[in-house]
Design a protein around this ligand. Structure first.
Ligand code: ADP
Length: 218
């Protein structure tokens, strides 16, 4: 059985989540209190409903409990976002993912029962910053305050060498988890295979070690 999703709040972030889930083949219920937003999304997602998510009866009436994952993407109206989270938790939604405007909002959401709090603006800001620092860093995912995963383009100094020869673990305390090439992803990279110019290395490690690693080969 495929997971079912509901997205509450169809601003820039919520509508993007709903559209993308629909695009990759999932059923999505999109909810917003604004009739125009609902109208705009109705041609794109499976089901679209106008409802105020701070109204418990309205949420129950649309059967929100039957969805495996509910994403609350109300950003600006912090009070509505917190109240919605509280109601959804109370109703017993299995997985509740909520967008936070800032750290304080996020803290309240966690205490209110959000299973996962997301900070799209903060995370995108960090990604852009990392890509600006080095054009070789293609993507960046923060795992914790100290650890991240980065995608690094194979630079001239890496090409033609094997992972074994580079001794990345011993020299840089980083681990190459996977090597991407076009649409292919090798999650068990061969230590003896030679790195190609079109390869992208997916590396996990401490932030400072990742920066040193990237600098060494840029
Ligand atoms: P973004 O920054 O992603 O564009 P916004 O905060 O601007 O997010 O958009 C949030 C959306 O949530 C708006 O479309 C707004 O109409 C909707 N919204 C706000 N409060 C409620 C509520 N109580 N119930 C349902 N939808 C709401």
């Amino acid at each position: 059985m495929k997971k079912t999703f509901a997205v509450i709040g169809l601003g820039r972030f919520g509508s993007s989540v709903a559209k993308e889930l629909t695009k990759v083949g999932y059923e999505v219920l999109a909810v917003d209190s604004d009739a125009v937003r609902v109208q705009e999304m109705s041609a794109i997602v499976t089901h679209c409903v106008q409802a105020d998510s701070t109204d418990e009866d309205a949420l129950k009436a649309i059967g929100i409990r039957n969805f495996d994952v509910v994403v609350v993407a109300i950003g600006e109206n912090v009070q509505a976002s917190i109240l919605t989270t509280l109601i959804l938790k109370d109703i017993g939604v299995p997985t509740l993912i909520v967008k936070a405007k800032n750290e304080l909002h996020g803290k309240v959401l966690t205490k209110t029962g959000a299973d996962k709090v997301i900070y799209p603006e903060r995370d995108m800001g960090q990604r852009v910053a990392h890509s600006l620092i080095s054009p070789n860093i293609l993507d960046y995912i923060e795992l914790s305050d100290n650890y991240s995963i980065v995608e690094i383009r194979a630079t001239g100094r890496l090409v033609g060498k094997s992972l074994k020869e580079l001794e990345i673990r011993a020299r840089h305390q980083c681990n190459v988890m996977a090597i991407k090439n076009g649409h292919d992803m090798d999650i068990t990279p061969d230590a003896n295979a030679l790195i190609k110019p079109t390869d992208i290395l997916v590396v996990v490690g401490r932030n400072e070690d990742l920066i040193k690693f990237e600098k060494t080969y840029s």
